[in-house]
Design a protein around this ligand. Structure first.
Ligand SMILES: NC(=O)c1ccc[n+]([C@@H]2O[C@H](COP(=O)([O-])OP(=O)(O)OC[C@H]3O[C@@H](n4cnc5c(N)ncnc54)[C@H](OP(=O)(O)O)[C@@H]3O)[C@@H](O)[C@H]2O)c1
Length: 268
């Protein structure tokens, strides 16, 4: 046995080692799973939430307690409404102040869907306003702040959660799908405008994923219909989305830029 093999192997550096990742809407659902996954890749996480402070705090504790270095802070929580420009600015300010570096990664997972699934003819104006305010204006404000403040020179990543419903075009999803379609168009132009920064911008567009948003307002029959419509015969789960987001967040994804990646088991 040579001398080197008798020593424990030094831990290899993780792909996002100590990079700061802001994940909006990560108190629950897909955003939460993304936060956990990016932390497992070595990132320091800013957990953003709107109202569920307790759930966000529990997640931060979970990530911090699973850190191999118990003295180093790996996750913090920041309440911010993504549709408020001052809040979005604060999100980035806090991330920089606490972790002492500009963020490398912005994942925008915050989103809303009206659980009544109204037809366009029956959509109240307030539902239109709220949907576009959170899903579209929120994505715009996150893109704008990220485009100005993410790390330059390599590794900067903007990842936006949109929806396969932009392709699925089901009745009852008109306003929601339109709010996400605008984001998909915006990201394609943003990627070009970021020329020279080393920052890439992409959308992940999931199909049905078993979260509160998905189950809210759906009958058992509608859920079964979605399962039957999927070639893989099941609902998506958050674990189906996070590896793709993880890949996009790393340096390995650099050549994927300005794209919309549908992740839906073949549903659309
Ligand atoms: N689940 C699906 O089937 C599906 C399919 C396609 C696309 N998507 C998209 O994937 C993303 C995540 O969906 P999900 O299923 O995880 O939803 P979810 O379970 O309903 O979670 C929504 C998250 O967004 C946060 N949020 C809502 N409004 C916000 C605001 N104004 N500012 C900041 N945060 C806000 C919530 O925070 P609080 O906990 O504080 O309320 C929560 O963390 C959304 O953009 C959604 O449109 C979902």
């Amino acid at each position: 046995m040579d001398a080197s093999s008798s020593h424990p192997t030094a831990p290899s550096s993780l792909p996002l080692q100590d990079r700061v990742a802001i994940v909006t809407g990560s108190s629950r659902g897909i955003g939460k799973a993304i936060a956990v996954h990016l932390a497992s890749l070595g990132a320091k996480i800013v957990i953003n939430y709107s109202t569920n402070g307790d759930q966000a705090e529990l997640l931060a504790q979970e990530i911090n307690s699973s850190s191999p270095h118990s003295d180093s802070l790996r996750a913090i929580t920041v309440q911010a409404n993504v549709s408020d420009p001052t809040h979005v600015k604060t999100l980035f300010d806090v991330a920089e102040r606490v972790f002492g570096a500009p963020a490398h990664v912005l994942v925008n997972s915050a989103g809303v869907l009206d659980p009544k699934y109204p037809s366009i003819a029956n959509t109240p104006l307030e539902v239109f306003d709220l949907t576009f305010s959170v899903n579209t204006k929120g994505a715009f404000l996150c893109c704008k702040e990220a485009a100005n403040r993410l790390k330059r020179g390599g590794g900067g990543r903007i990842i936006l959660l949109t929806s396969s419903m932009v392709g699925g075009l089901k009745p009852g999803f008109g306003i929601y799908a339109a709010s996400k379609a605008a984001v998909e168009t915006m990201v394609k132009i943003l990627a070009k405008e970021l020329k020279g920064t080393g920052i890439t911008a992409n959308c992940i567009a999931p199909g049905p994923i078993a979260t509160e948003m998905y189950f809210s307002g759906k009958t058992e029959e509608q859920i079964q219909k979605n399962i039957e419509e999927c070639p893989l015969g099941r609902l998506g789960e958050t674990k189906d989305i996070v590896p793709i987001v993880g890949f996009l967040a790393t340096d390995a994804s650099e050549w994927v830029n300005g794209q919309v990646i549908r992740v839906n088991g073949g549903y659309v």
